[in-house]
Design a protein around this ligand. Sequence first.
Ligand SMILES: NCC(=O)CCC(=O)O
Ligand SMILES: [Zn+2]
Ligand SMILES: [Zn+2]
Length: 329
Amino acid sequence: MGDIQIPKNKNILHSSIFNKTLRSWQGLQCDITTRNLMYPVFIVDEDDSLQPISSMPGISRFGLNRLKEHLSSLVDKGLQSVLLFGVINNAFKDERGTHATSDKNPVLRAVLKLRSWFPDLIIACDVCLCAYTSHGHCGILEKDGTINNAASIKRLAEVSIAYAKAGAHIVAPSDMMDGRIAAIKQLLRENEFGNKVAVLSYTAKFASNLYGPFRDASKSAPAFGDRKCYQLPIESTGLALRAAARDIEEGADMLMVKPVLIYMDIVKQLKSRYPEYPMFVYQVSGEYAMIHYAAKAGAIDLRLVLTEILASLRRSGADVIITYFTLRY
Ligand SMILES: NCC(=O)CCC(=O)O
Ligand SMILES: [Zn+2]
Ligand SMILES: [Zn+2]
């Protein structure tokens, strides 16, 4: 055995981590404050209803008259922003999602109330057609079942304006149609909302297998086919980068990657390419379920593992995490 090498001073790592505060200084960019969390809320069209979602234990759909009570305690604890999803009865759905912009859309009815109950709460509205169309697809279809892109983005822009008029601070198009950010931005400007409403683009939304519980929650599963002709192929980096470049070109204010836990390489790349844009990530329903059930089975400690996951999302470049677990913070 040769001489034991004494580490050089700069190679001694323990001197940086022997104390709790010193350790915390190694990861300040991973802090999770209430500003770093956005809470998704399902609003159902039955005003007095509170419907637990069986595929997402702990999460419910709320009718308008149940919302204030649910959100008050969260706002008291510092909740800063919500992302709203509407859920309507299947009987009210049609081919073009008429009730995305009618008073049957529970989100439209909720926004004004939320603004008056919680003046400091930021209201983002998910913009899509799938919860309002009879076929459950995110756009308007041709007779052969393919997407009519021009008609779809026109309709999505109309839906965005409806949310803007209702008082939303942010519209968040999740449909993945080509050119939707430009269409929405243009119509916002024409309606004097150009500098009053932000567009949070679901930029890199992958055709993931982790959306199942959500589709149950929002009654938005496609009646036939899948979403692979408009959401990104799960293997693709190139299209995610191109989608971000395009959305930025078209005027998106904020970007999003979804799902996140198995797409953190995309988060990292987008954040380093576009550090000037707030990066949102969506920890989707399937991710929620995986963590929930692993903890329920006793395999992991929910609180500790969740803290570790959220820190890793921040480390990879996420600024705001959209998560159902916000409820527990
Ligand atoms: N636009 C939202 C989704 O498509 C799904 C989200 C989830 O699975 O939680
Ligand atoms: Zn959709
Ligand atoms: Zn969606």
